[in-house]
Design a protein around this ligand. Structure first.
Ligand code: OFO
Length: 163
């Protein structure tokens, strides 16, 4: 793999770890507001993002490259509501998708067929993740300020919204 591609893969690996922190912060916000169902939902996502980061970590090592661990900025810990957190999660996933498109462009331009194939899993995963957050955001927009409906959704979210 070219140094450009290795650097881009490293960057995405670190972004996945950052995503894990973003969802951890969202989980903590939800828990602080006593929305424990949403907190659990975001904690599960935080764990998934860590697994995504580790998938790239392993790929880099398998290809004879060192995975370079760096930091990203702090995630936001302040949200106006559960809906606000979920809208931001959806926006975040859209950024992740565009990052995988860029990575795929680099791999394609280098005819790096193994990496192109490796990245396909992530592209498919992004379709599921965007669709999941779209669903949650749509439901929350319908719920609006109905506290009882939000209370019921909070009890069911981890069970209802699975990829
Ligand atoms: Fe939620 O995205 Fe990772 O890849």
């Amino acid at each position: 793999m070219s140094p450009t591609l290795v650097e881009a893969l490293n960057d995405q690996m670190n972004y996945e770890f950052y995503s894990s922190h973003v969802y951890l912060a969202m989980a903590s916000y939800c828990e602080s507001q006593n929305y424990n169902g949403f907190a659990k939902f975001f904690l599960e996502h935080a764990e998934e993002e860590r697994e995504h980061g580790m998938k790239i970590y392993k790929y880099l090592q398998d290809r004879g490259e060192q995975a370079i661990i760096t930091g990203f900025g702090d995630p936001s810990n302040e949200y106006e509501s559960v809906l606000d957190a979920c809208e931001k999660a959806l926006e975040h996933e859209k950024v992740v998708t565009s990052r995988f498109y860029n990575l795929s462009d680099i791999a394609e331009s280098e005819k790096e067929y193994t990496t192109i194939s490796f990245l396909k899993w992530f592209l498919e995963e992004q379709v599921e993740e965007e669709s999941l957050f779209e669903t949650v955001v749509q439901k929350l927009r319908r719920i609006k300020d109905d506290e009882s409906a939000l209370f019921i959704y909070d009890m069911h979210i981890s069970h209802d919204e699975v990829e």
